[in-house]
Write a protein that binds this ligand. Sequence first.
Ligand SMILES: Cc1cc2nc3c(=O)[nH]c(=O)nc-3n(C[C@H](O)[C@H](O)[C@H](O)COP(=O)(O)OP(=O)(O)OC[C@H]3O[C@@H](n4cnc5c(N)ncnc54)[C@H](O)[C@@H]3O)c2cc1C
Ligand SMILES: *[C@@H]1O[C@H](CO)[C@@H](O)[C@H](O)[C@H]1NC(C)=O
Ligand SMILES: *[C@@H]1O[C@H](CO)[C@@H](O)[C@H](O)[C@H]1NC(C)=O
Ligand SMILES: *[C@@H]1O[C@H](CO)[C@@H](O)[C@H](O)[C@H]1NC(C)=O
Ligand SMILES: *[C@@H]1O[C@H](CO)[C@@H](O)[C@H](O)[C@H]1NC(C)=O
Ligand SMILES: *[C@@H]1O[C@H](CO)[C@@H](O)[C@H](O)[C@H]1NC(C)=O
Ligand SMILES: *[C@@H]1O[C@H](CO)[C@@H](O)[C@H](O)[C@H]1NC(C)=O
Ligand SMILES: *[C@@H]1O[C@H](CO)[C@@H](O)[C@H](O)[C@H]1NC(C)=O
Length: 620
Amino acid sequence: MIALSSLLLLGGLSLSHALALPKYASRVNARAVNTTSYDFIIAGGGGAGLSIADRLTEDPNINVLVIEAGPFDKGDDSVEIPGAWNPLPYAWPNLTTEPLTALNNREEIVVCAKVVGGGSVINAMNLLRATVADYDAWATLTDDDSYSWDAVQPYFIKSENFTEPEAEYAAENNITWVDNLRGYEGPVRYTYANFGYPGQGNWYSAATSVGIKPVEDPATGKNAGIFWVPVALDPDDLTRCSARCNHYDRVSDSRPNYHVIDSTRVSKILFNGTQAVGVEYLVSADGEVSQAFASKEVLVSAGATHTPQLLQLSGIGPKALLDQFGIPVVVDLPGVGQNFQDHSSVNILYNFTDVVTPNSGSLITNETFNAEQLAAYQNLESSAYTIIRGLGSVFTTVSYRDVFGDDNTVLDEAKARDPAASLPEGTDPTVIAGYEAQRNILLEQMDNRDMAVAVMAFDTFAGVMVSQVKPFSRGSINIKSTNTFDEPAMDFRTATDPIDIPTYVAIIKKLRQIMAAPDMAAMGPIEAFPLLGVQSDEEIAAALRASLAPSSAHQCCSAAMLPLEHGGVVDSNRKVYGTTNLRVIDISAFPMALSGGPMDNIYGISEKVADDIKKDYYSY
Ligand SMILES: Cc1cc2nc3c(=O)[nH]c(=O)nc-3n(C[C@H](O)[C@H](O)[C@H](O)COP(=O)(O)OP(=O)(O)OC[C@H]3O[C@@H](n4cnc5c(N)ncnc54)[C@H](O)[C@@H]3O)c2cc1C
Ligand SMILES: *[C@@H]1O[C@H](CO)[C@@H](O)[C@H](O)[C@H]1NC(C)=O
Ligand SMILES: *[C@@H]1O[C@H](CO)[C@@H](O)[C@H](O)[C@H]1NC(C)=O
Ligand SMILES: *[C@@H]1O[C@H](CO)[C@@H](O)[C@H](O)[C@H]1NC(C)=O
Ligand SMILES: *[C@@H]1O[C@H](CO)[C@@H](O)[C@H](O)[C@H]1NC(C)=O
Ligand SMILES: *[C@@H]1O[C@H](CO)[C@@H](O)[C@H](O)[C@H]1NC(C)=O
Ligand SMILES: *[C@@H]1O[C@H](CO)[C@@H](O)[C@H](O)[C@H]1NC(C)=O
Ligand SMILES: *[C@@H]1O[C@H](CO)[C@@H](O)[C@H](O)[C@H]1NC(C)=O
């Protein structure tokens, strides 16, 4: 517990206010917030928000307030036990896309986290660094070498605490990694699921038989091939370790200077001129507002959907959009809400005539198996409950050359295309210039045999989730009204660029090769939705337009870290152009989608962002 003497050391906190802190020192209410002065206010307590709050509050003289729209999770099985996974209880309700013009004008529901810890509390727990090519591209795009692969690796190592699986189990299951690329002393606990379904062996052999190579360790920055996926699982009790677990619970008892107010939405950033001074937040759903002030900075971390919404509502955004809603312009920044990206996906379903059992469907179809696995899990033994429900433990990822070989037809068409033609009419010239810079890099990346353009995950009983991770299409997030509670227009513009569908078609054809290889053919796969009766490339393309999901909940890049003349919103220190004391610290600032899941990249890069902030304020 906190000693009185240490309370006296809290910079900016008067003793009487400090004593008013509730028992859980760091969980505060609006009344406590009203009487406390903060150095930093973080709007959005997701993966990035909590990681950075943790590092900033290492200095006991710095007070940080995190304001999070969602609640603290209740330790529900759906959160803690991978085999009981269900993201919906802590997702934003009813987030709907605009009509997706390249996907038959469908409007789709998308998932986005609303909980302390954000996506890390409800995600599929896959913890993967992106590739050398991804980070070297960021360095080029931002003209800042501190984002190169080599420069960011120490931050990944700093963030991680890897626990090795048992050697015999690893060898049996083809789990490999490179010791000195992994971190062992950091806050983010992770390991591998301690169970594999036998059908995974069939998939592994089939994939390698059609030329897909084992990846020694995706942490090498080369991820094209097949590998077991490291997961954010606490190796001691086999529960999820989210950002709440590793960047809040881990330290909250010893950090009276780290405050979180949950179930509370930031509605506006407050400015004095162009200097951010604090935030306005909604104390309750009926519109009662309060304010909190930051003597140093406001750090925006509301995720790629809500960060641009909050900036736009606060007068930072494209002038024409702000004018349309009568919002006074603080800074005219055309890039806010543009450059929106995600990993689209499709679940290719099969009927297997001779499926290998047990498989991930057995938890539902076989009560004996389910009871056996649950008991094993409770005894901390090898159990299917350490795997996210409905998923396998192996990723198969393919490069552009893996699926196209030396055929340059599609790539040449993409090279010949005017970048502006891939963006909506009327797009600001700076945003077009930024897209062109990304496109030139993407076209080079397509030649890189070490970088995946798609991920396939076989669930061992009914389907293969296929996800495109290096899209050329770009969408947008734009407010529809001045009401914080009205969700912004989410226009993913999935597959609007002409290269994305042909690339998907080639990926599906590679999947067909894997399914036709003897070890998978032995299970008797019969294509069901969406490939039932589908043969030609044109038919595959049509099936994809009818079935692609716009999102894997990897929304990003909508307040991009790019030069101002390239439609950027923040510089490479994450400072919002045209303002002082305001940064964007979350996935919105990624300039371009990464080859793989974002979570580990949020953890690693947040270590760098925290360091960059400290350099400006801390005297060590
Ligand atoms: C279902 C699901 C599965 C996923 N699977 C994986 C996976 O297996 N591997 C992987 O690498 N990645 C995965 N991801 C993605 C990953 O979790 C996210 O990319 C990551 O959490 C992004 O971190 P962030 O801090 O930028 O945003 P988030 O973690 O989304 O945090 C943003 C937070 O801001 C809050 N917020 C929004 N608006 C406001 C406001 N106005 N005021 C206050 N708070 C606000 C939100 O409630 C949210 O908690 C998945 C995500 C989901 C949802
Ligand atoms: C915070 O302080 C303001 C101004 O003193 C007051 O109007 C508001 O009601 C307070 N809010 C809470 C939740 O205490
Ligand atoms: C859900 O979204 C739809 C479409 O935007 C809207 O009509 C409906 O009112 C929303 N429902 C809730 C509960 O917010
Ligand atoms: C790393 O994780 C292991 C296993 O959970 C734990 O015993 C150890 O204390 C952790 N190390 C750090 C530095 O947190
Ligand atoms: C491990 O690799 C071998 C050799 O490629 C393969 O035959 C086997 O099926 C794989 N096993 C698993 C569990 O992936
Ligand atoms: C606003 O900024 C100006 C100029 O820096 C300063 O003089 C003034 O005191 C500030 N006002 C408030 C309310 O902080
Ligand atoms: C159900 O699971 C039990 C326990 O693992 C196993 O012995 C049995 O063969 C399974 N039944 C079927 C139909 O797969
Ligand atoms: C797959 O199996 C389901 C359920 O048995 C059946 O309804 C469907 O027609 C089958 N589809 C194909 C393509 O075999």
